[in-house]
Design a protein around this ligand. Structure first.
Ligand code: TRP
Ligand code: SF4
Length: 332
């Protein structure tokens, strides 16, 4: 029996190339694990309950992005959280055994309430407090052994492990394994302005960007501000283009560094090189995405199959859960 992986993402907008390191990890895991990948639309609702008009597009785009980077529906269950009702059922049952204090002390909770509060959002809701518990249900519903996530999700995963332990202890059955985190390397790519790449800063490069968009984004990238003429010696260490060259153009990066420092290459030429490299790296993703975008029926089928595969595993877990609690009511 293969070990089980579950991971998910909130559909909050198009993915950008900073997400690629996490997704590459998801793709690799497909060959050794039984993988479940959920578009967690209910999680999106915990903060975006007033702005739901984009949710349909966001979910659809996320599935296209995932398929484009190489998630393989033959290997993995690619599905939408809200289409597998057992997530809600398990979340409810977990809510019975979860002390409020466990949720209130999750560090991301307090800081998020504060941050979103500053944006004028009131998220003092039941659903938002339960965010990490719903996430625990996502994971434990498939009795996942491991969860590939970014570092920011570690406190949530810790809660998940505590819930698994508490459930097993309370009902004296080993229903749940304690899933461990598989940390993906954090993306080293800054946004085009040098800050963290983020949709809210409008500095991101989406993974479906066209050739023209890539060229334009690279043109806007911040370079060494001290460099006025192209013969001025530059400092690559303060240049966003250089950070990208390290990742997308490793063969030439040393040469570029030397030429930049001696004023032997100008920023326009340097950016041109990067544009080409970025474009050829993203070309296969772009093509694959276009393929699926033109085949909505096929994509709907993939989501349907994902739902069925996920549901089948979820139902088995729920049988064990109800058995353990004693609420399967098979009669006397
Ligand atoms: N909270 C995760 C995030 O914001 C998304 C998520 C929801 C998730 N359920 C999950 C991640 C289960 C891993 C496992 O990125
Ligand atoms: Fe940056 Fe390249 Fe210009 Fe040097 S030459 S400052 S690395 S864009």
């Amino acid at each position: 029996m293969k070990n089980v992986i579950l991971s998910g993402m909130r559909p909050t907008g198009k993915l950008h190339i900073g997400h690629l390191s996490i997704l590459d990890n998801w793709v690799k895991l497909q060959s050794d694990y039984e993988c479940y990948y959920a578009v967690t639309d209910w999680h999106a609702l915990t903060t975006a309950f007033e702005e739901t008009t984009e949710l349909n597009d966001n979910v659809w785009n996320m599935v296209l992005d995932w398929l484009a980077v190489g998630l393989d529906p033959e290997k993995s269950a690619i599905f939408i959280q809200s289409q597998v009702k057992e997530h809600a059922e398990l979340h409810l049952l977990f809510s019975m055994i979860t002390p409020l204090s466990w949720l209130e002390r999750v560090p991301t909770y307090k800081s998020q309430v504060y941050q979103l509060g500053l944006q004028g959002k009131d998220i003092s809701t039941y659903g938002f407090l339960g965010y990490p518990l719903l996430m625990s249900a996502d994971i434990l519903l498939y009795r996942a052994n491991a969860v590939p996530v970014g570092e920011d999700q570690l406190p949530h995963l810790e809660l998940c492990r505590e819930i698994a332990r508490r459930f097993n202890y309370m009902y004296k059955k080993d229903v749940f394994p304690e899933p461990k985190a598989l940390l993906s390397k954090i993306s080293l790519l800054p946004g085009i302005d040098g800050r963290k790449m983020s949709k809210s800063y409008h500095n991101e490069i989406t993974i479906d960007a066209s050739r023209e968009e890539i060229a334009s984004k690279v043109r806007q990238m911040v370079t060494d501000p001290q460099r006025i003429r192209k013969t001025d010696p530059g400092n690559p260490d303060v240049c966003v283009v250089y950070t990208y060259q390290k990742i997308y153009n490793p063969e030439e990066v040393e040469d570029i560094e030397n030429k930049c420092k001696t004023g032997a290459i100008g920023c326009v030429a340097c950016k041109k090189k990067l544009t080409e490299k970025l474009n050829s790296a993203l070309e296969p993703i772009r093509e694959k995405r276009a393929y699926f975008a033109n085949k909505p029926k096929e994509v709907r089928e993939i989501i349907d199959n994902g739902r069925m595969k996920a549901t089948s595993s979820a139902k088995q877990t729920m049988e064990l859960v109800k058995e353990a609690i004693g609420i399967n009511y098979r009669g006397v």
